[in-house]
Design a binder for this molecule. Structure first.
Ligand code: CA
Length: 383
């Protein structure tokens, strides 16, 4: 078995209403970078890489085409872990993090998809089996348009609840007073039984985050995500040492076992949030999960992309061991992006839906989805 072709697709669609989070700038489009591998039996394997809100997809595409494709073409998908090491090593001196590792991740995911199809099993079973066949989803949203006010954010929370979600994550980072007022209003609107999380997208320094944590703690949040810069490991340790009820979470801007190892060794956060489509694909995440589990830390992956990345993340979520296994163990949650995305579900024949706030994990071969190749090519402008 051999990979005969490596293709990349960049998909982009403008947003009618640009939205913002805590960082400067406006998200004016949704984009995706999808990798398609074809093998000598005519099968297609798919992977997607994470594109952060303002990230141009062309960086990851160039990495795949100019650096990774020659390694993968002609290779056996069953050698995926060997290929991961070779791809990482090839790009190490100009990569190690960011879009370059995201490109490696997309190729790795596509290799696992092909390997699963070759063997007739899902990626989760290829990884060692499923701890769960469904996962509770939390609604991600609460991005802000130019005209968004607090009432609109409360209305959005009610809409997620009405759609069946019992967990949701609110974008904060607009100043501690605004953050506390927003979360107070949302908590009052949805009641005490909804799992609430907050995500600051590294809006603050340690001093401000310390005050924010004290003010937020009475609101019974499950976790506070990225309160400070993703490089500030010591700052995270300091915040965690405050001993808040809420969990400190971070990791969507960290990559591979090399990047996560210091965070695990320092036990700098309660919840690590590697993104499968950025931090190293299935091969890379397997290492990160092993490190985290050895330290007794929770892993709850970051997810933000199309149905291809979502399906891949579901395969990973199926395999995450409870830490520890017990009746009272925390079950990982699926981040389910509910913000506007013109083609999120168009790339697959069967859209991935949450029903009553729960998503079923497909068990078909590979990623367990059928990619709509015609839609992919049309949306990428490839004819
Ligand atoms: Ca986040």
């Amino acid at each position: 078995m051999a990979v005969t072709a490596v293709r990349t697709y960049v998909l982009q669609a403008p947003l009618e209403h640009p939205f913002a989070f805590s960082q400067p700038g406006w998200v004016t489009r949704r984009a995706a970078m999808v990798v398609e591998l074809e093998d000598d039996a005519g099968r297609f394997g798919y992977g997607e890489c994470l594109l952060n809100g303002l990230e141009p997809p062309e960086i990851a595409r160039a990495t795949v085409e100019a650096a990774l494709a020659d390694l993968v073409r002609g290779a056996d998908p069953l050698d995926r872990a060997v290929l991961w090491e070779r791809m990482y090593n090839l790009t190490r001196d100009f990569g190690m993090k960011g879009a370059v590792v995201a490109a490696v991740s997309a190729v790795d995911i596509a290799l696992w998809d092909l390997a699963g199809q070759m063997l007739g099993v899902s990626v989760a079973r290829l990884l060692g089996g499923r701890f769960r066949d469904r996962v509770r989803a939390y609604a991600t949203g609460f991005y802000r348009r130019a005209d968004t006010d607090r009432a609109a954010l409360v209305e959005e929370a009610r809409a997620h609840r009405a759609a069946g979600f019992t967990a949701m994550k609110v974008k904060i980072g607009f100043g501690p007073a605004d953050d506390v007022a927003t979360l107070t209003a949302i908590r009052e609107a949805v009641g005490p039984d909804v799992l609430l999380m907050a995500d600051a997208n590294h809006a603050y320094n340690v001093a401000t985050a310390r005050r924010l944590i004290r003010d937020l703690d009475p609101l019974d949040l499950l976790w506070l995500e990225e309160p400070i810069a993703p490089e500030d490991l010591d700052g995270y340790r300091e915040l965690k040492a405050l001993g808040p009820r809420l969990w400190i979470a971070a990791g969507e801007n960290e990559y591979t076992r090399h990047g996560f190892w210091p965070w695990v060794a320092a036990r700098a956060v309660d919840v690590l949030q590697p993104d499968l489509t950025a931090a190293g694909g299935f091969t890379g995440l397997r290492d990160i999960v092993a490190l985290a589990t050895a330290a007794g830390l929770l892993v709850n992956p970051h997810v933000w992309g199309t149905a291809i990345g979502l399906a891949a993340s579901l395969q990973l979520l199926a395999t995450l061991p409870p830490v520890p296994i017990s009746r009272g163990a925390f079950e990982p949650l699926l981040e389910f992006d509910r913000s506007v995305h013109p083609f999120r579900q168009e790339l697959v024949v069967q859209p991935i839906r949450a029903e009553a706030g729960v998503v079923r994990i497909p068990d078909g071969p590979g990623l367990g989805i059928t990619v709509d190749r015609a839609a992919l090519r049309r949306l990428a402008g490839a004819g």
